[in-house]
Design a protein around this ligand. Sequence first.
Ligand code: CA
Length: 227
Amino acid sequence: MKKILIIEDEKSIAELERDYLEINGFQTDIELTGDAGLRKALNEDFDLILLDVMLPHMDGFEICKRVRSSKEIPIIMVTAKKEEIDKIRGLGLGADDYLVKPFSPNEMVARVKAHLSRYERLSSKQHESQELYIRGLFIDRTSRRVFVNNQEVTFTTKEFDVLTFLAMNPNQVFSKEQLFERIWGLNSTGDISTVTVHIRKIREKIEHDPSNPEYIDTLWGAGYRFR
Ligand code: CA
């Protein structure tokens, strides 16, 4: 049975999340403060975390960042403020998705299911070639580490997923829509411009001259191609 960790200080919301998840066959655990939530997330095994942003002792941003540095499980942020959406997207925290309160509990369950199945798909694919070496760029898929000319470079979860996907499918053109669907999933609420932002960030990290890329080509009107 899949186990979901709910970190949420409003008890009524935490219980609503728990009830809907349990009706749908998930096991849940609730933590009401940020520090206790982080401890539990790091010390126990969960399949997904539903993470409120405003929490006592430690906020959801910090928790997300710290969990992400050691775990790959899906994290769905829950926020009461629309203004925080840009922050969730922009900080490179590695959150997989977000929900804005008040949200429909069925929508929440649908997102949880979608992220769990995508995560399973991604992890089952990892039996394929684990190490990629392309002209000074080294990708170790097992430890999810990237080295550029022997120097380790830090990637967010999605940046790593986009880079690895392209590198494993060289010389194929993928449109932004295709990349978005592959990496973020159809149920994601983000938009296509996320893809452009991620490609730019990846180039800044791997390309000698990002304006004249030697790894990821842009084919205007068509998409991207890894060389
Ligand atoms: Ca809160």
